[in-house]
Design a protein around this ligand. Sequence first.
Ligand code: MRU
Length: 361
Amino acid sequence: MKIDGIAYRSVWLADDRWSVHILDQTKLPWSVDILRLTTRDEAAHAIKSMQTRGAPLIGAVAAYGLCLALRADASTDAMERDAALLNATRPTAVNLAWALNRMLTRLRNTPVAERVATAYAEAALIADEDAAQNEAIGRHGLKLIEAAVRPGRPVNVLTHCNAGWLATVDWGTALAPIYTAFNAGIDIHVWVDETRPRNQGAALTAWELGKHGVPHTVVADNAGGHFMQHDMVDLVIVGADRVSRTGDAANKIGTYLKALAARDNNVPFWVAMPSTTIDWTLTDGVRDIPIEERSAAEVTDMTGRLADGTIATMRVVSADSPAANPAFDVTPARLVTGLITERGRCSASEAGLLSLFPERQ
Ligand code: MRU
């Protein structure tokens, strides 16, 4: 996707063809800073600190992180250790483990002397496949937006967090159908949940939609139910960090509440994700998907730009109040209208997923 007319991906190789570029997402929307990762530890830090984030993207960055690690030591012991270290950076998005397992499966049978080149080739494949899968999600999701067109008003889509191109290698998941519809000339408008505590909606989704020219409005997280009650939301589309084989979907904290409001108001609630986000080992997502607990400081403090342009972080909670910060919640399959994958749409159920991925029987 483009920033001011220039095409970007969210991760790419530098001109030296070995170091790894990412956009520093902790600096958006105030500045577009490109970071250069040169070591395993820099890659791990970028994922953990959320300089890079979003389920598919952290998988791709971890794959490149393993390439950087192998440049330092390509022995089998070091490779297994470094993959485990990268895998421990964030617990909820299964794309991280998926990408590292794919790298290890390829590399364990590769002679040590060839491992670095093979790793870069595999990481590039992971990145390219993610971009292609998300583009396909856009095509399959477009049909839902076309079906929601009503004369005289835009199609109003509500989304939570950032499941756009910044969260993937390109296109995004929840935002891919929106970009595809916008590019096809459909009158569309997006309600962007601010997504406290880290404000991925306000800071990232609004920024990337704006850069693409997609009409949107940032709303407080608590506003969605009100808009649904007043026929101002035609459909909800969100991304996911891990989907069980039965269709339960983990996504950014607060997603579950949007699904409850959508059900109460008969608003379709769709989850868009590539198959790399499906955890085929889990049948009960609510019980078994690990939920990341992040620093209380993300709740007690807020960062923004002052009138003089300075970026400042300030505390918004009284000094002696503790805070809790679960980063994700799980929307049970019964509240999900359907799933949008690279192979098409299906019901949020084991039967639905197996109809698209019969090889997982
Ligand atoms: O904590 P984050 O910002 O990495 O969480 C991201 C989300 O919850 C996204 O909705 C999800 O990863 C889908 S990304 C296409």
